[in-house]
Write a protein that binds this ligand. Structure first.
Ligand code: F6R
Ligand code: MG
Ligand code: MG
Length: 366
């Protein structure tokens, strides 16, 4: 049976500031998706949040890029925005960049990751959601899960994974895509995905069967809008077990809090801290960036779960390390590499300062 898993998310208002989502907005979104389930549009749904982002996890039988599913998500965000405005939540409707729905939420502000799958006899999936960071944040974890034998021992000793995976990489600036086969092309792959502000892993496929293993959101809000409108706060769906990495191999990359772009004013590097859903409340310097992971078993499209996978004690050291890294990075204040390079910052005063200093720059003598 073919099932589509659609995860569509948006920041439609923060509580307080950009640190958290309001429970009433979540409750209203649940009502909206419940109605769609009763009417038969959805097979099942789960509504959650990561920091100030509202996350709509939906299963259905209509395939990816379906107009009715996207419209349901859009309308849920619109009514959520109305409530957010009533509560005077911060930045109400901030990710909705268009006034009218035109058939697909792509390019309209919300982030999305969707995959259509033939459900296996048992189908464990892990849904990752991040706040205060951008879409390239999944590059390093996805590389570790699907191409690094020091992370995923299954690549070495499991016969059904030994042929490796292929990575679809998007150039988010030029709007092009390219596929790499691993393990033989890892050096070529890394030259691109090691530059996550420009190249993002969109999807991963099993080379043996061609089946989709993972899909991420690659929308860059700042590039869509051409101005600062908030960080992407990306999401990613990963299938587990069997021909795919085990749940523990999928979570293992998050024992290392990698440095990602985002944090305060979307203009800093900081550690990606693995947390429970309850702890996705970025408060210290609007961060540090957070990642949560919900695990489900799919049963004819029913979302059995979730389990809050990163709440586990075994991520305590990663959280501690992330806090130490946060202190260290913060000690650089407004200096790079804590602050992002000039062209990557989401906020800048450079044009107005250059204008003020007009005529003060003199040529060097030599
Ligand atoms: C980062 C983020 C926050 C805001 C910051 C300033 O993604 O959302 O760090 O950039 O709180 O917010 P404004 O400019 O809305 O006052
Ligand atoms: Mg926000
Ligand atoms: Mg956010």
């Amino acid at each position: 049976m073919n099932i589509t898993l659609s995860l569509i998310k948006a920041d439609i208002g923060g509580y307080v500031g950009h640190s958290e989502s309001h429970p009433d907005v979540l409750a209203q979104a649940r009502d909206s998706l419940k109605k769609a389930k009763t009417e038969g549009l959805l097979v099942d749904f789960y509504v959650t949040k990561c920091g100030d982002d509202l996350q709509l996890i939906m299963t259905h039988k209509r395939g990816v890029d379906n107009k009715d599913i996207h419209e349901l998500a859009w309308n849920t965000f619109i009514s959520g925005t109305e409530l957010a405005k009533k509560l005077k939540l911060y930045g109400a409707g901030q990710d909705l960049l268009s006034d009218a729905f035109s058939g697909n939420v792509k390019g309209m502000g919300p982030g999305l990751a969707e995959m259509e799958i033939e459900e296996r006899p048992s189908e464990p999936v892990i849904i990752f959601m991040a706040d205060k960071t951008s879409s390239g944040a999944w590059n390093l974890p996805l590389y570790k899960m699907f191409a690094d034998p020091f992370n995923t021992i299954g690549l070495v000793i499991a016969p059904n994974m030994h042929n490796g995976f292929s990575f679809e990489v998007h150039d988010v600036k030029e709007h092009t895509k390219v596929k790499f086969n691993t393990p033989e092309e890892i050096y070529d792959l890394l030259i691109f995905i090691g530059a996550p502000s420009r190249y993002a892993v969109k999807a991963v496929y099993s080379r043996d069967t061609g089946e989709i293993a993972a899909v991420s959101s690659t929308q860059r809000l700042s590039l869509i809008a051409g101005r600062y409108v908030g960080k992407d706060d990306p999401v990613c769906i990963v299938r587990a077990q069997g021909i795919f990495p085990a749940v523990g191999e999928i979570l293992e990359p998050f024992t290392h809090p990698t440095l990602v772009e985002g944090w305060m004013r979307g203009s800093h590097h900081g550690p990606l801290m693995p947390v429970s859903v309850a702890d996705s409340t970025p408060s210290r310097f609007d961060g540090p960036p957070r990642v949560i992971a919900l695990g489900f078993q799919l049963a004819q499209g029913i979302l059995v779960g979730p389990r809050d996978m990163l709440a586990d004690k075994s991520f305590d050291n990663a959280r501690h390390q992330a806090n130490l890294a946060a202190d260290y990075m913060r000690s650089h204040g407004p200096f790079e590499p804590h602050r992002l390079p000039l062209e990557e910052m989401e906020y800048t005063t450079m044009p107005q300062i250059m204008k003020k200093l007009e005529g003060r720059f003199e040529p060097l003598e030599d």
